[in-house]
Design a protein around this ligand. Structure first.
Ligand code: DC
Length: 220
């Protein structure tokens, strides 16, 4: 790992806007971008496709260690085929959250994530970017929003992609996923004492990007 390369960590719950915001921050700074959630989504998807039980820790860890994945611009290629859309469904999110609770899966994905730390810098988004994967990241952000605002955003995203979505169902799924991500024993989602908290309930993605860039400029 190249410790001298700057890393900005953006953690937070699902549908908090961190993906959009992190990508925009990376583009503005000319940094690389790591969507760590995509890796857990890919492990979940590959497990379902291969018939590996989502409780089978050893099988999932072996799968995570040997995952044949390539990030090609904004496309994600799994085993030679484009999986960018398949990993974005609600079911894929729930499966990702399940496999992410398996410590051996997290261990298997650790170095793969750290390898994204390349000059001139990295913006990393996920749940444990600032706590486990890049504990020396500076600054660290915790992006959140009310569960209702996040559910509405997720419904809009799903509809834009041509999927049907019912607000009450999405709200329930987000709440379940938050519970699992925040209460697992390994690398739980939490706002770290050294992270800047940004509540995006009343903010646009563009405003959140400006807040983050202001903060980055101040500490450098
Ligand atoms: O950010 P996302 O919704 O794409 O993440 C999908 C799931 O993956 C999320 O519910 C929890 C898990 N995850 C994780 O445990 N650690 C990360 N760094 C990123 C995601």
């Amino acid at each position: 790992m190249n410790d001298a390369v700057p890393v900005i960590a953006i953690d937070g719950p699902t549908a908090s806007g961190k993906g959009t915001v992190a990508q925009a921050v990376a583009a503005r700074l000319g940094y690389h971008y790591l969507d760590s959630g995509a890796l857990y989504r890919l492990v979940g998807l590959a497990a379902v496709r291969k018939g590996i039980d989502l409780q089978d820790a050893a099988g999932l860890a072996a799968l995570a260690a040997s995952l044949d994945v390539r990030f090609d611009g904004d496309r994600i290629i799994l085993g030679g085929a484009d999986a960018s859309d398949a990993i974005r469904t609600e079911e894929a999110g729930q499966n990702a959250s399940r496999v992410a609770a398996v410590p051996a899966v997290r261990a298997a994905l650790l170095r793969r994530q750290q390898a994204f730390r390349q000059p001139p810098g990295l913006v990393a988004d996920g749940r444990d970017m600032g706590s486990v994967i890049f504990p020396d990241a500076k600054p660290k952000f915790f992006l959140t929003a009310s569960v209702e605002a996040r559910a509405e955003r997720r419904v809009n995203q799903l509809k834009q992609k041509g999927n049907s979505a019912i607000l009450a169902d999405v709200l329930k799924e987000l709440t379940q996923r938050d519970e699992r991500d925040m209460n697992r024993p390994v690398a739980p989602l939490k706002c770290l004492p050294d992270a800047y908290l940004i509540d995006t309930t009343e903010l646009s993605a563009a405003q959140a990007v400006e807040r983050i860039l202001d903060c980055v400029a101040k500490i450098r």
